[in-house]
Ligand binder design. Structure first.
Ligand code: FCB
Length: 464
């Protein structure tokens, strides 16, 4: 794509007070997996399984952020962002998942929050970005309800300790924590289950609801509580009714099994149709949906690409052995632009459709914050592909705003190149390049461009 073909939003497209930020997560940047009494997480364990992660890489040392955080805060300040979204590592705070609190773990985040506030950067905390303490996985992980209770206790502990955090997100992408981790097996803990994965999805939602209640009980003035979902529209690969039904199943699995209970207080009717053969839903209890659908102050939306779906036979014909990821769908890749590193489809329109679709479906929808959006490549410093991607997706956000959707902020993924989960370090999403051998940080072209966006308050500079 040439620069002249890239759409950028017009000046003044974003409302006053729009929050401009960048995002990271603990396991992807911190390293220091044994420092200060941190316990193991499911990602430490999973990364050691042969073949689980590209090149056998783990989150140690990642960006060594646990030691180098002052340098990273300086990079944030140089970028001029108003907010920084980061996650707290549960196993740093509660090494066994519950019980004994590791004060040194909390102190690390206290120092970070203080340093951000000194620079007038709003701290935006995600409580769970996939790093479940291994001790809890050993007792069943998210398959069991007790993990939801433990999560609420952990949330309350962190909330009490960290003063000066206006934004609290309970979960990042419960779809990935449940289906990718317990059904597809591509993420920790690497299981391929049916009933267990759907129980995990439900218990994540219950954990969210319990945590919201605990945070509300002790809320300080001005604090806002929300959740972050990854949303990928399901697009039928052809006009056939079979592909339309496949896209709807995809939409159920990825989006609606989370949006409907959280925002509408009920599971979608087609849950039983799609999953009735592999589970009896016995993990659901009376009162759960009231808890799960407690009002939120914001909804976080992560968007990268839509999924083009075609009907396909089940990989496992026997329902007793079938995983919750096996829904009779094949994803297809129509021609069109893709990101250079990961080959993810580039369809900014999908972000606009996601935002307008949410507003249309849920009348009481809280304000939306786009909590992640970004471009993975192999690490070019002159990353014009990333700049074009960000500009076009900001234009899509501006379109949704112009159509009346209440979007209050945008966080680019990510500040730094980091550990991209099962893809290891090869896929790079940072505005800042990290040389993992030396830990040297080098701002890319996109860093300067995004700084101009942020400091121009949405008056977007031309794409280089
Ligand atoms: C999202 C994750 C984030 C990062 C990006 C590329 O699904 O929340 O941690 O890996 O994808």
């Amino acid at each position: 794509m040439t620069a002249s073909e890239v759409r950028v939003p017009a000046a003044g497209s974003f409302p006053p007070g729009f929050l401009w930020g960048v995002a990271t997560s603990a396991y992807q940047i911190e390293g220091a997996v044994d420092a200060d009494g941190r316990g193991p997480s499911i990602w430490d364990t999973f990364a050691r399984v042969p073949g689980a992660v590209a090149a056998g890489e783990s989150g140690d040392p990642a960006c060594d952020h646990h030691r180098r955080w002052p340098e990273d805060v300086a990079l944030l300040a140089g970028l001029g962002v108003g907010a920084y979204r980061f996650s707290v590592a549960w196993p740093r705070v509660l090494p066994e998942g519950g019980g004994r609190v590791e004060r040194r773990g909390l102190d690390f985040y206290r120092r970070l929050v203080d340093a951000l506030r000194e620079r007038d950067i709003v701290p935006f905390v995600t409580l769970y970005h996939w790093d479940l303490p291994q001790a809890l996985e050993d007792r069943g992980g998210w398959r069991v309800r007790d993990t939801a209770e433990r999560f609420a206790d952990y949330a309350a502990t962190v909330h009490e300790a960290l003063d000066g955090v206006p934004y609290w997100t309970t979960l990042n992408e419960p779809y990935c924590s449940s289906i990718t981790g317990y059904a597809e097996g591509r993420h920790a803990p690497g299981a391929r289950e049916g009933h267990g994965a759907l129980a995990a999805a439900h218990h994540l939602l219950v954990g969210h609801g319990l945590a919201v209640a605990r945070l509300r009980e002790n809320a300080r003035p001005g604090e806002r509580v929300g959740v972050t979902l990854n949303m990928s529209p399901g697009v039928p690969a052809s006009p056939s009714p079979e592909d339309a039904a496949a896209a709807r199943r995809m939409d159920l699995m990825v989006n609606r099994q989370f949006t409907e209970p959280l925002l509408g207080g009920a599971y979608p009717a087609d849950m039983a149709e799609v999953y009735g053969e592999i589970t009896d839903f016995s993990f659901r209890r009376d009162g759960d949906l009231e808890l799960v659908s407690a009002p939120l102050d914001f909804l976080g939306v992560n968007y990268y690409y839509p999924i083009h779906a075609a009907a396909a036979p089940y990989a496992q014909p026997d329902p007793a052995l079938r995983s919750a990821y096996d829904i009779g769908v094949r994803t297809v890749m129509p021609d069109g632009p893709r990101t250079s590193g990961l080959g993810w489809r580039i369809e900014p329109r999908g972000l606009r459709d996601t935002l307008t679709g949410l507003a249309a479906r849920f009348p009481g929808l809280p304000p939306i914050l786009v909590t992640e959006n970004g471009y993975g490549d192999a690490g070019e410093l002159d990353d014009t592909g990333r700049v074009a991607y960000l500009a076009e997706h900001l234009a899509a956000v501006a379109d949704a705003v112009a159509e009346g959707v209440d979007v209050r902020g945008y966080f680019c993924w990510s500040l730094l190149d980091n550990y991209e989960w099962a893809r290891g370090y090869a896929a790079r999403f940072g505005l800042v390049h990290v040389d993992y051998a030396t830990q040297a940080r080098t701002p890319k072209t996109s860093y300067g461009w995004y700084r101009d966006v942020v400091t121009g308050r949405g008056a977007l500079p031309a794409v280089p």
